[in-house]
Design a protein around this ligand. Structure first.
Ligand code: HEM
Length: 303
């Protein structure tokens, strides 16, 4: 890979979305909630990681809209895919993160192509001559349109399903390894059509989460889609077949929105490759590239 590509990807985000000091280069608008995770017995059979022990683990969760625009309307098509970042806080101070979104697979295979996609978008403003740079990129990379079509506006951050996209390898006590992709499934999945989404108030997703959690907790099931031995793990733009086994790893419960969510999100950083014993990286190169890019964004938003 190109060692400069993660920095160039963040540069391209800053150019495309404009300068918004103090905010994330992507997924700038979000809301922070608090809750816990309790693993199933099946999770402990797949991984010796402490988050899968079955003990109740406190979590901090940040839901977000796509783009680096901090006031993007939640119902805008550009706010897709919505994201969720989960930080598991282990006794003793260790942390591990999952940073996932509502696309079923990524538009491109690696950070070099993602940088080029972002640059092409930046070079395709309204009124740009046709075919635009973005249209040319999309023709050459059919997974861009295919991936984009998988993300819709949810009725609530808690009524959406989220996909890990990148493959990780779970390791159990006996040393057995299994490649997985995480999925986070709501109690019910509710999407809006684009006309309904466009009519919603600009902050409807953020506001609804506080209102909902004030009435009672929201739950999700964390699942692992298991790779079959013949499945590739290195290309996050290629989903595995839908008939691959799905194992319930446990229940994520959200209790409340953090009292000062805006301050909380500034102080938080989620890192896709922040893993613990019992979870390993796969040969998917995107995770390490993402770690490098997120670190650049974190340092720019905390100068
Ligand atoms: C090469 C590919 C990617 C690049 C360069 C990239 C870059 C970034 C950057 C720079 C941030 C802001 C980080 C911060 O300031 O804390 C971010 C946030 C985020 N990204 Fe990515 N990303 C990539 C792929 C993905 C993928 C595959 C997913 C989902 C599976 C994803 C989901 C998210 C989410 C949910 C956030 C918000 C995290 C938070 O709430 O703090 N990204 N991304």
């Amino acid at each position: 890979g190109d060692p400069e590509a993660p920095v160039q990807a963040v540069d391209a985000m800053n150019k495309l979305f404009g300068a918004h000091p103090g905010f994330r280069a992507n997924h700038a608008k979000g809301v922070v909630a608090e809750g816990s995770f309790k693993a199933s017995p099946e999770a402990a059979a797949l991984s010796k990681a402490a988050i899968f022990s079955g003990a109740e683990i406190p979590v901090i969760v940040r839901f977000s809209d796509a783009t680096g625009v901090p006031n993007i309307p939640d119902g805008s098509a550009n706010a897709n895919p919505h994201g969720v970042a989960i930080k598991y806080r282990l006794p003793g101070g260790d942390e591990t993160d999952m940073v996932i979104n509502s696309l079923k697979f990524f538009p491109v295979a690696n950070v070099e192509d993602f940088r080029d996609l972002l640059v092409a978008l930046g070079d395709s403003p309204p009124g740009a001559p046709k075919p635009t740079k973005f249209e040319q990129f999309a023709v050459a990379h059919p997974s861009v349109a295919a991936a984009g079509a998988t993300a819709k506006t949810p009725a609530s951050f808690a009524d959406e399903e989220y996909f890990g996209i990148d493959a990780f390898v779970l390791v159990n006590k006996a040393g057995a390894k299994q490649a997985v992709r995480y999925q986070l499934k709501p109690a019910k999945l509710v999407h809006l059509d684009s006309a309904e989404a466009a009519k919603k108030a600009p902050d409807f997703l953020i506001d609804e989460l506080s209102e909902r959690l004030a009435k009672g907790p929201a739950t999700f099931r964390l699942q692992a889609q298991l790779a079959s031995p013949q499945d590739q793990t290195k290309d996050p733009s290629k989903p595995w077949p839908d008939d691959r086994k799905i194992v319930d790893l446990g229940v994520l419960t959200l209790d409340k929105v953090s009292p000062d969510s805006l301050a909380a999100q500034k102080g938080l950083s989620f890192t896709p490759g922040r893993i613990i014993d019992g979870i390993e990286l796969s040969d998917d190169p995107l995770v390490e590239s993402r770690d490098a890019a997120y670190a650049v964004s974190v340092s720019r938003r905390n100068p």
